[in-house]
Write a protein that binds this ligand. Structure first.
Ligand code: UDP
Length: 326
C-alpha cells in the first residue's frame, strides 16, 4: 500500500512527501518537474517523472504500487498567469484532474485528497469566509479548481471514491528543519518576493493596489505555514482511512494581514530596509480573503503549530538563505 503524491517535487508537495516518509508511509511521487525539483524529493520516496494527464502512466502506477490513496497537488497556481492564459489552467488543472479521478476510480483507489483554493470564493460577501459561502471565482485559476471540486463530488456520488477537498488560503514558510522550502524560480507570491527583496535578490517590491477598501488600502490575506497545511492533509488521510465522510474544508488560520503588514514583518525579521513601490491593482485579486477555520479543526482534529506571521517569514527567509548558498 503506497500513497501517490502528484506534484511531490513542488513546494507544498515536497513538504507532504517528507511528512509521509517521516510517518513511515511508502510514497510514490508523480511530477513532471516543470516547476518542481528532483532534489526536493527525499530518497525514501519513489520519483516518477511524468504528467498527471498521462492516464496510461497513472493507471500503471496505481496498479504496480497498490495505490490506495492519492494526494493531488500538481497544478498551475499563478492567478495573473491564469488570466492571461486560461486554457493552460483548464488543461493542467481541470482536464488533468478529470483524468486523475478517472484513473483513481478505475484503479480502485479508495481515497483522494485534493488541493483546492480560497480563490473559489472570489471576493466573498462575508469574511471570514465559511465553506458553504457562495462560490464565485474571479480568475480562471479559481474556476479551474472549482470545476475539479465539482467533478470529484460527482465521482464520489457515482463511484464511492472517498475524498477530502482542502481549500488553501495563502501558503508560505518552509520546513522548520530546512529539508525543503519554496524554490520556485520567478516566484510571484508575496512572502517569497518580499524575502527575495530583503536578501537583495530583487531591487524592490511592488504593492499591487493601495486603494482597496481595507484599513491600509492593500489586500488582506490569511497566511498559513506550509507545515500546518501539510498536517491538515495527514489528518485528512487519517479521516478517510477511518471511514470518514467526504469533506470540503478551509485551510487557513482565520486572521488576515495586509500586504503592508507582511512587508513590515519581513523587514523586521530580516533586519533590513528595502524599496517598496506603489503599483496598480493586479487583475483577479479580491480585497480581503480570510478563512473561517473551525471546521477543519472540528472534523479532522487539525491543530496548527505555526500560527505566527514572524515564524512563517523567518522560515521562508532561512530557506531563501539556504537556497542562495546553493
Ligand atoms: N502582492 C503584491 N506584490 C507582490 C506580490 C503580491 O502586492 O510582489 C499582493 C497581491 O496583489 C495580493 C497579495 O499580495 O494582494 C497576495 O498575493 P499572492 O500572489 O502572494 O497570493 P494570492 O492571494 O494571489 O494567491
Amino acid at each position: 500500500m503506497s500513497v501517490l503524491v502528484t506534484g511531490g517535487a513542488g513546494y507544498i508537495g515536497s513538504h507532504m512527501v517528507h511528512a509521509l516518509v517521516d510517518a513511515g508511509e511508502r510514497v510514490v511521487v508523480l511530477d513532471n518537474l516543470s516547476t518542481g525539483f528532483r532534489a526536493a524529493v527525499p530518497a525514501a520516496a519513489t520519483l516518477v517523472t511524468g504528467d498527471t494527464g498521462d492516464a496510461a502512466l497513472v493507471s500503471r502506477l496505481i496498479a504496480e504500487h497498490g495505490i490506495q490513496s492519492i494526494i493531488h497537488f500538481a497544478a498551475s497556481i499563478v492567478v495573473p498567469e491564469s488570466v492571461a492564459d486560461p486554457l493552460k489552467y483548464y488543461r493542467n488543472n481541470t482536464a488533468n484532474t478529470r483524468s486523475m479521478i478517472q484513473c483513481a476510480v478505475e484503479g480502485g483507489v479508495k481515497h483522494f485528497i485534493f488541493s483546492s483554493t480560497a480563490a473559489v470564493y472570489g471576493n466573498p460577501a462575508q469574511t471570514p469566509v465559511a465553506e458553504d459561502a457562495t462560490l464565485a471565482p474571479m480568475s480562471p485559476y479559481g474556476s479551474s479548481k472549482l470545476m475539479s471540486e465539482i467533478m470529484l463530488r460527482d465521482a464520489t456520488l457515482a463511484h464511492g471514491l472517498g475524498h477530502v477537498i482542502l481549500r488553501y488560503f495563502n501558503v508560505a514558510g518552509a520546513d522548520p528543519a530546512m529539508r525543503t522550502g519554496q524554490s520556485t524560480k520567478n516566484a510571484t507570491h508575496l512572502i517569497k518576493v518580499a524575502v527575495e527583496t530583503a536578501l537583495g535578490l530583487r531591487e524592490k517590491i511592488d504593492v499591487f493596489g493601495t486603494d482597496y477598501p481595507t484599513s491600509d488600502g492593500t489586500c488582506v490575506r490569511d497566511y498559513i505555514h506550509v507545515s500546518d497545511l501539510v498536517a491538515a492533509h495527514a489528518d485528512a488521510l487519517r479521516h478517510l482511512r477511518a471511514g470518514g465522510a467526504p469533506e470540503t474544508l478551509n485551510c487557513g488560520y482565520g486572521r488576515g494581514f495586509s500586504v503592508l503588514d507582511v512587508i513590515e514583518t519581513v523587514k523586521e525579521v530580516a533586519g533590513v530596509d528595502f524599496r517598496v513601490d506603489r503599483a496598480p491593482r493586479r487583475p483577479g485579486d479580491p480585497a480581503v480573503i480570510v478563512a473561517a477555520s473551525d471546521r477543519a479543526r472540528k472534523v479532522l482534529g487539525w491543530q496548527p503549530r505555526f500560527d505566527d506571521l514572524k515564524t512563517i517569514v523567518r522560515h521562508a527567509l532561512d530557506w531563501q538563505k539556504k537556497l542562495g548558498a546553493g
